[in-house]
Each structure stands twice: as structure tokens, then as C-alpha cells.
Design a protein around this ligand. Structure first.
Ligand SMILES: Cc1cc2nc3c(=O)[nH]c(=O)nc-3n(C[C@H](O)[C@H](O)[C@H](O)COP(=O)(O)OP(=O)(O)OC[C@H]3O[C@@H](n4cnc5c(N)ncnc54)[C@H](O)[C@@H]3O)c2cc1C
Length: 423
């Protein structure tokens, strides 16, 4: 099997890189043994909300934080892409999706309520969550359902009220739980299961009837992420008409319904561009010729298949999804055996407090790249001439401390895909 570009890893960074390479007319294949964190993440694209140092001060904006990173951390993935490159990547990401599906940019942090009542600062938000932005003020009704196992309005609403007071935001929040026979009869449900069932108009009508008397003075009504599994638009519009208020989804626990919707949109965009998706297949190793990768060996249908390409993109993620592997002796990159920047020993992987404002050293481990996203050694020498690296596997970022995970995936994925067309 011959392609111009093979992307290894089908998480957000790999899919974006594949779309960017295919946009330039290249024959592209994505080989991925899993779906990555797309099905775990909230659906909100975090650009960056905190400086990676010990400060707990929010923002002020992603653009300003990116400028600080550029001055202070030359190897940070955002510095490698640059502010204008990040903006182009965001524009490209939005262009892959239905018009208006995501809003936001690097000049503003958007604060949303979460299912546990905390405030999530983020960068790009799906249309289904936009009306939940907390800077809008006014009264907000949060609706839960009896028997729903992974969302509770009586738990969330007081927590959110406390978080709002602490953040000096003026929105007022009220929580209500409604009983729907169709749910309780089956011994309860999860948010994901309810999202599938809400594509049924009859159940939607029943829910609207139950919620309408509770709306009162609320100008917006928040639900868990149940507004349809494949697309949220029709369900949300129908509820807004019947409730006479804006309706929004509240980001919650995995598995992520908004993440599944985003994955569907991007995979549709890849199908339109003729990208070959080999999902469920694992890359086992690489054949090298000097400093160039000639081919990779892929486990496919119980056999080993050799796949050739002119260029390769390594988008295999971090420790969670197998892009990096953790051993007693240290962290390794299994596919190409690239050097991994990492803490000096296991004893310093983590700080003693889970929420230490400095973050955890292990979270910054990964492969170092140059401005062309080629993997490099400690002296900055290129290790693989036709391989680019993108997403979570890159070192120097701390997605959990910075709140930058999907933003880095999009920015570096777009750059890797665009540059790979030069191979
Ligand atoms: C629980 C959780 C919640 C998060 N929430 C948010 C959020 O709300 N907002 C946000 O912006 N970010 C969030 N993040 C971070 C963000 O989701 C990730 O940083 C981002 O998705 C990383 O994308 P990626 O494509 O680089 O890697 P991944 O998503 O890890 O994808 C890597 C892919 O490579 C595949 N792979 C690995 N090895 C091989 C191999 N040898 N052969 C073939 N395939 C291989 C894996 O199966 C996987 O599909 C969250 C992360 C987690 C874990």
C-alpha cells in the first residue's frame, strides 16, 4: 500500500494533520488503533488558560499567554507554530465543520459551567454550549433527570453558585430534577444513552412539557450533553421554541457526546477529501533508510502489512494512548525509538499534591521537535527527515496545567499536515 503521507494516530492532532495534507491534494492514510481522547474530552477546545509556571492567575487571554510562551519557552509546541500559525490552524479546523459549529478565538477566554459545578475556562466552544457562557449574567436553570446516573442538578447548582461567587461572576443558578417515566422504567440511564433517545421527538416533547413550568425567570436552560448523539441542532431548537429560553449543554464526564459529534464531523470531512481511514490497526515498527522512514509495519486483519509513503506524521498521543510508554526505567517512544524528554527519575514524576499549581513533571514529558516539527535530539539535530510530530506526544507542553490540550493538537496537527506536503 503506497501513499504520499501516512499519519499514525487518529486522535484530534492526527485527523487534523490528515485533513491539512489532503487539502493540498496528497494521498493520505490514517492508521490508528484507537480513537484517542476525542471521546473523553469535554468537546471544548482549550487553547490556553494558564501560564505553565506556578501562577494560578487566569489568562488574561490565550493570545497574551502564547506571546509569553514565545518569549520564555522556545520549544513549546505553540512557540513552534507561532501565533499567526495557530490562528490559521483554528480557521482550518472551523472550516472542516458545519458553518458556525464552533465559536471563539485566541483573543478571549470563554468560561463555561461544568457538570460538577466548577468553571471551565476554554477557547473554542461548540454551538450547543455557547449559551452557557458565564459572562452573560442573568438567571440560569439547570435541569437533571431522575435516574440519570452521571449528572445531578442538585449537586451541580449549589457548587456552581459557590464557584460563581468566588469568581465574582453575576449569573444566578437554579437546579431542578424532573422525572420522566421512560427513563426511570429502565432502571435509569447515562447521559450518552439519553442523548441517543432524545433524537426521538415524542420523548423530547415529554421532556419539554415537564421543564416548561420550571423555567420561570430563567433566560437560559442548561442540560447535560443529551441534545442528540449525532447532531444537537434540531433537538436544541425544538427545546428552545417550547421552553421560550435559550438552551445549552453542560460539559460533563466521559464518554463524551460532544466529542463523538466532533469526531463524526471531522471524519466526514476526511471522507470528502478521500483520506483512507484505517481505524483499529496498529503500527508496530518502522523500516528506515538512513534518516528517512521508508515504510511502517501495520497489524491489520491478523496479518502484518507493509505500508510505504514519502512522509509520515507521528500523532500517537501521550502515555494514555500508547504514543509514549512508561517503564520502571523511564518513558519510551515505541514506534521510532525517539528520545523522550522526561524527568530524571520515577521519584520526581509527580508532585505530592494532585492540584499542585506547578503541575506534574511527567505531564511535560515527550518528544522535542524543531520549528518544522521534525523530531530532534538535545542538540537540536534532526533525527528523522521525513517524519513530523504533532499533538500530545510533543514535550514542553502541560495540557492539564495550561488547559491547552486540543488547541495544541489542532495547531501542531495543521502545521505538520501542511509541511508534510513538501516531502
Ligand atoms: C479525560 C481527558 C479530558 C480532556 N479534556 C479536554 C478538554 O476538555 N479540552 C481540551 O482542549 N483538551 C482536553 N483533553 C486533552 C486533549 O483531549 C488531548 O490533549 C488531545 O486530544 C490529544 O490529541 P492527540 O491526537 O495528540 O492524541 P490522542 O488523542 O491520544 O490520540 C492518539 C492516537 O494514536 C493512536 N495510537 C497510539 N499508538 C499507535 C500505534 N502504534 N499505531 C496506531 N495508532 C496508535 C491512539 O490509539 C490514539 O487514537 C483531555 C484529555 C483527557 C485525557
Amino acid at each position: 500500500m503506497d501513499f504520499d503521507i501516512i499519519v499514525v494516530g487518529g486522535g484530534l492532532s492526527g485527523l487534523i494533520s490528515a485533513a491539512a495534507a489532503a487539502e493540498a491534494g496528497r494521498r493520505v492514510c490514517v492508521v490508528s488503533c484507537g480513537t484517542g481522547d476525542l471521546l473523553n474530552f469535554s468537546g471544548c477546545i482549550d487553547l490556553i488558560a494558564y501560564h505553565p509556571g506556578g501562577s494560578t492567575r487566569l489568562g488574561p487571554t490565550p493570545a497574551e499567554l502564547m506571546e509569553r510562551l514565545a518569549a520564555e519557552i522556545p520549544q513549546h509546541p505553540y512557540t513552534l507554530v507561532g501565533k499567526s500559525g495557530i490562528e490559521r490552524a483554528i480557521g482550518f479546523f472551523k472550516s472542516l465543520l458545519p458553518e458556525g459549529e464552533y465559536s471563539g478565538d485566541i483573543d478571549r477566554l470563554i468560561q463555561l459551567p461544568t457538570a460538577i459545578g466548577t468553571i471551565k475556562p476554554t477557547g473554542l466552544v461548540p454551538r450547543s454550549m455557547a449559551a452557557g457562557a458565564l459572562d452573560q449574567g442573568g438567571e440560569m436553570l439547570v435541569v437533571g433527570f431522575q435516574g440519570l446516573r452521571d449528572f445531578s442538578a442538585p449537586y451541580m447548582a449549589p457548587n456552581l453558585a459557590a464557584s460563581l461567587a468566588e469568581a465574582q461572576l453575576s449569573a444566578v443558578v437554579r437546579g431542578e430534577t424532573v422525572a420522566v417515566d421512560a427513563l426511570s422504567r429502565h432502571g435509569g440511564a447515562t447521559v450518552g444513552a439519553l442523548a441517543r433517545r432524545l433524537e426521538d421527538e415524542a420523548l423530547l416533547g415529554i421532556i419539554a412539557e415537564k421543564v416548561r413550568p420550571l423555567v420561570g425567570r430563567a433566560s437560559r436552560v442548561g442540560f447535560p450533553t443529551i441534545l442528540g448523539f449525532m447532531k444537537d441542532g434540531p433537538t436544541r431548537q425544538c427545546l428552545e421554541e417550547r421552553l421560550g429560553a435559550r438552551v445549552f449543554e453542560i460539559p460533563g464526564l466521559p464518554p463524551s457526546v460532544p466529542g463523538q459529534r466532533l469526531a463524526n464531523h471531522i471524519q466526514n470531512a476526511l471522507n470528502r477529501r478521500g483520506v483512507c481511514l484505517m481505524l483499529g490497526d496498529r503500527a508496530l515498527g518502522a523500516q528506515m533508510e538512513g534518516q528517512k522512514c521508508r515504510s511502517i509495519r501495520v497489524a491489520r486483519h491478523g496479518q502484518i502489512t507493509e505500508m510505504n509513503a514519502r512522509g509520515f506524521i507521528l500523532a500517537t498521543g501521550g502515555i494514555r494512548n500508547g504514543g509514549l510508554q512508561a517503564f520502571r526505567s523511564g518513558i519510551r517512544e515505541p514506534l521510532f525509538g525517539l528520545p523522550v524528554r522526561q524527568p530524571s527519575g520515577r521519584g520526581v514524576w509527580f508532585r505530592s499534591s494532585l492540584f499542585d499549581p506547578e503541575g506534574h513533571p511527567l505531564d511535560r514529558a515527550g518528544v522535542t521537535a524543531n520549528v518544522d516539527l521534525h523530531p530532534v535530539d538535545e542538540e537540536g539535530r534532526i533525527l528523522l527527515e521525513n517524519v513530523r510530530v504533532c499533538g500530545r506526544i510533543l514535550a514542553w507542553q502541560d495540557p492539564f496545567k495550561e488547559k491547552s490540550g486540543s488547541g495544541v493538537a489542532i495547531a501542531t496537527g495543521y502545521k505538520a499536515g501542511t509541511l508534510s506536503t513538501m516531502e
